[in-house]
Design a protein. Structure first.
Length: 199
């Protein structure tokens, strides 16, 4: 499920402190260390992934981000990153607020459930959609809070969260043309947001 490594790497400044939530096997942090000379830590709930991450040379602790980030100080990291994991958290609103507390900037990506292929799948087949990005059956999916780009904009506005940058991609390629920007929730498969607390 984890994608957008190159896109996220380009968003992070060199020599930053990075906290990667739901870090999997540590691939993103390893890439950030190699390309941007970051220092950082991963948090991952799956024990096997934690072991793989440590074997990859990435400092990782096992933890459940739905329980918060109490072990970290306010604004301790330059970036808190949640890549393709938001939709599988139990308390996404709490997770985002905790990220904004510990990170000066927050990078979040998620699959857009408003993507046209998913809409048409549901409309014509009458079943929960399955794609390469969402390959699970309804009964075994780890995704429990599916959302659209419009949902996220509404959430940010209600919670006084400032969106610094938004990037939309399909098949891992950034979509920049005006048509896609106007109809993002329909044509973008994936969304990446950079956030901060509003002043």
């Amino acid at each position: 499920m984890h994608v957008n490594y190159d896109i996220i790497t380009n968003l992070v400044k060199e020599n930053s402190m990075v906290l990667d939530l739901g870090s999997g096997d540590g691939t993103l942090l390893k890439l950030l260390k190699a390309k941007k000379n970051v220092k950082g830590k991963g948090i991952e709930i799956n024990q096997n992934s934690v072991i793989l991450s440590i074997q990859n040379g990435v400092s990782t602790i096992q933890g459940n981000i739905d329980e918060g980030l109490k072990q970290f100080n306010n604004q301790e990291y330059d970036y808190a990153i949640l890549n393709s994991t938001l939709q599988s958290t139990e308390k996404p609103d709490y997770v985002i607020k905790e990220m904004l507390r510990v990170g000066k900037k927050v990078v979040i990506s998620f699959p857009n459930f408003g993507y046209w292929k998913l809409r048409f799948y549901l409309l014509f087949k009458g079943k929960m959609p399955k794609t390469k990005r969402l390959p699970f059956e309804w009964y075994d999916t780890p995704n429990i809070h599916l959302l659209t780009i419009n949902d996220f904009f509404e959430f940010a506005k209600k919670n006084n969260i400032k969106i610094i940058k938004s990037i939309y991609s399909t098949n891992g390629k950034i979509k920049n043309n005006l048509f896609i920007k106007i109809f993002t929730s329909f044509f973008a498969e994936e969304a990446i947001f950079v956030l901060t607390k509003s002043d």
